[in-house]
Ligand binder design. Sequence first.
Ligand code: F6P
Length: 558
Amino acid sequence: MGEDRAWSRRIPTTADPADVIALERTDAWADVLSHARALDATSLLSLFAGDATRAQTFRAQACGLTLDYSKQRIDARALQLLLKLAEARQFTLWRERLFSGEAINHTENRAVMHVALRAPRGVPMQADGKRVDADVHGVLDRMAGFCERVRGGDWRGARGDRIADIVNIGIGGSDLGPRMVCEALAAVAGPGPRVHFVANVDAAQLVAVLGQLDPARTLFVVTSKTFTTQETMANAHAARRWLVDALGADAVEKHFVAVSTNLEAVAAFGIDRANTFGFWDWVGGRYSVWSAVGLAVMLQVGPGRFAELLAGAHAMDRHFADAAPAQNMPLLLALLAVWNHNALGCPTQVIAPYAQRLACFPGWLQQLEMESNGKGVLRSGEPASQTTPAVWGDVGTNGQHAFFQMLHQGTGVHPVDFILPVAADHDLADQHRLLIANCLAQAAALMRGKTADEVRAELGARGLEGAALEQAIPHRVFPGNRPSNLILLPRLDAYHLGALMAMYEHRTFALSVLWGVNAYDQWGVELGKQLAARLLQSGVGDDPGLDGSTRSHLELLN
Ligand code: F6P
């Protein structure tokens, strides 16, 4: 605990957040770029051939996680120049600002303090100069008490039934985090209510979920930071009508709870203050699963497992805060991402978890990274040059039978993060060996490729010759030299999942520092919301401010 206190005592800084120029205009970047060009002709295979210790050198470990980045197209000099770039971008200073609770989200004048949500009890944490740790633990305690009552059967529905099903109604960060964690931890959840998620304004989702449920045994968790989000409010009102039709208006109290920062709007919806779990404006939606937004997770896995999730994330926070840059896993991941995207021109980033339970991980990471760093201007408001690549992916081995063709032989190079839990959470050991072999094989295949000579020898041995052989060769050649990271978890449990998620959160932050953007606002989602509201108000054709195409479809709204 003494160590924890020291860790949390950070020195606030006063430098100007708008004092930034585009990455590509810095001298440190010029050095990185010129080395990337010099290294371009050197293949990954020759880098391995020239260094017997490469697999050990380009490896980092923290919180039980291992990052093998030896299959990235870097050498020692590249790493050194990238670390200098981090220095030139004032990475350490920005990390201090983050942890000290400064209002680094300057366009909304907010601190960014999700790390306070997972700090152990008693560790002083500040946001905007105010202590927040007691409030955080106060809400966690209330959540735990509530979850124990629901899971233990003390909380009863309006007709006296135990709760069998939880429906989380929320979207974006109020859906993707809890949904992903619930799915990831289903195997370690133990007995408890089933948890369902409804996000889409397309009521097909709500109707499908409600169709399976008994109102008397269902509890709705309406999760929305703002409690104004159109999709969530539409689904919450429809769910309330469904419940009231079956059980009457008085039943709402026993079947609806809310998670929000907007307590007035929750009260106006008709949910009791006693059944409302609050959080704070210094928690960004996409960083909020550690707060009361994780209520559905806690209902599924119980307070003990939820605490393990927080402990894993906190361990990664400490690693990120304290580890030297050359060993700092989130920073290394960010530097490699900048190397691949900005220096080598790789257009996208693929996430391939070799774990069925991480099927929602790429979607969670899409919001985290693309809503954070999908920005066109620097913190100063000046144009940024090149910020986040598209992040996408799917679980292995499924992706191998879908988009991996493009990864191996397509014209672009798309770096892959392979994520692999080493131990299975089931007894089918042979299948787990298949999974591991496939993961390692894909990373190796992307790197080594297959030359025309290798193809010729292979097909020749099968008896193909002459023109038929020569025609077949180009289609079977793999260019190789395609980079990937391998991230190993000992197993997919709450602690290591927490560490994995926090690692990516800090990678996103480090990227924002390197690119010089504010990762914590999301003005880009507003225009579409405004226009949708305007369309809902417009009569057919009576809004001259709308373009002809949009006007021609307005009758669809009638
Ligand atoms: O529209 C984007 C967004 O604001 C996300 O940032 C957020 O996670 C999501 O909507 C949901 O917002 P809320 O939790 O306020 O309903």
